[in-house]
Design a protein around this ligand. Structure first.
Ligand SMILES: NC(=O)c1ccc[n+]([C@@H]2O[C@H](COP(=O)([O-])OP(=O)(O)OC[C@H]3O[C@@H](n4cnc5c(N)ncnc54)[C@H](OP(=O)(O)O)[C@@H]3O)[C@@H](O)[C@H]2O)c1
Length: 319
């Protein structure tokens, strides 16, 4: 089958022939129509984390062409959470990691769902323990994970959602349902959260930024609040930090990385998400956010588009 690997990415023609994936008991074979680009792909591209023949792609959407599971039928339109292998003509995946796609959702939109929505879902509800009507601060609100988190927090928990984003992207957060948006380029988010929450702080923070926001996040937290670290876009080494704030706020600081999680965890997470969001993509309540599409031959350009921060939502590669 045709695929783009870590080794082939930067070649003039990055599409190479690799062996077809093996379909084991309980798995299905998908004819890939589209795959999402993730920040992990940029890290893999350096070749330091994975072997050079690894096929990129943590998520894909397409048609099931072979099934060794009675849960999924041949011909079904699906998206799937992968360990790797989405930048390819075919991919095999355990049936428990399948998200059925309604006819209303295109393959391009479908490919943008697994990583961003499952990351947001687990961070908000499994790790962040967001409860009905609580207040959540979502940094990088216009990012792919951010737009998914805004929607899930509003729709499933009727939460009050505050987001940060750069100037041009604050309106995107509003479009996806945020109650308040803070332009972090011109406003101090800590002061704004204090004003919006009438000095109470927020119950939960989803943080993608890391270093630059660490102290301010604690200051913006309500007592017994939780911070879930999902990314470290500004860096990961915090030079000066007062541990006392963790005690004063009785804060829980935790973090997660989805891609190295076990197969069993990914299966449970996907199944819980599918159960909670049935019909919500079909009726338009939940909206995938696609920023740009590229052809498979332009996979390098797709990754560069993300590195240059040109995307507002997901970058999708059509296969
Ligand atoms: N832990 C996990 O399991 C997991 C899973 C998926 C993704 N992630 C991580 O989640 C983050 C978002 O991923 P994504 O695919 O949703 O990203 P994305 O759609 O590419 O959006 C990233 C956005 O973050 C903002 N940003 C970047 N650098 C910043 C900085 N220094 N300070 C403030 N804002 C900054 C930018 O928006 P503005 O212009 O508004 O600043 C940028 O558009 C990444 O760090 C990714 O690695 C983690």
């Amino acid at each position: 089958m045709k695929a783009v690997t870590i080794h082939s990415l930067s070649q003039a023609n990055p599409i190479v022939d690799v062996p077809n994936p093996e379909v084991t008991t309980g798995s299905v074979l998908i004819k890939v129509h589209a795959t999402g680009v993730n920040h992990v792909d940029l890290a893999w591209a350096t070749g330091k984390r994975k072997p050079a023949d690894t096929v990129f792609g943590l998520e894909a959407a397409g048609e099931v062409i072979e099934s060794k599971s009675n849960q999924v039928q041949v011909g079904q339109r699906v998206a799937a959470l992968l360990d790797h292998g989405g930048y390819a003509g075919l991919v095999a995946v355990p049936a428990e990691r399948i998200i059925p796609l309604p006819d209303e959702v295109s393959y391009t939109q479908g490919a943008s769902i697994p990583e961003s929505f499952l990351t947001a879902y687990q961070a908000l509800f499994w790790i962040g323990q967001l409860k009905e009507h609580q207040t959540v601060l979502i940094h990088a609100g216009a990012s792919a994970v951010g737009t998914a988190a805004i929607q899930l927090a509003k729709v499933l928990k009727h939460a009050t959602v505050i987001t940060t984003a750069s100037t041009a992207k604050t309106k995107v957060c509003k479009q996806f349902g945020a109650d308040y948006t803070i332009d972090y380029k011109t406003q101090d988010f800590e002061a704004e959260v204090d004003r919006i929450t009438e000095h109470q702080g927020v119950d939960l923070i989803l943080d993608f930024i890391g270093k630059n926001y660490f102290q301010s996040n604690l200051n913006a937290l309500h007592f017994d609040g939780r911070i879930v670290l999902i990314g470290d876009l500004s860096g990961s080494i915090v030079d000066q930090f007062n541990l006392r704030y963790i005690m004063v706020k009785r804060a829980s600081i935790t973090g997660t990385m989805l891609s190295p999680r076990s197969a069993e965890y990914k299966a449970r997470l996907t199944q819980a998400f599918v159960a909670d969001t049935k019909q919500l993509f079909a009726d338009g309540t939940l909206k995938p956010s696609v920023s740009a599409t590229f052809d498979l031959a332009d996979a390098l350009a797709a990754q560069q588009f993300m590195a240059d921060q040109k995307n507002v939502g997901k970058i999708v590669i059509k296969v």
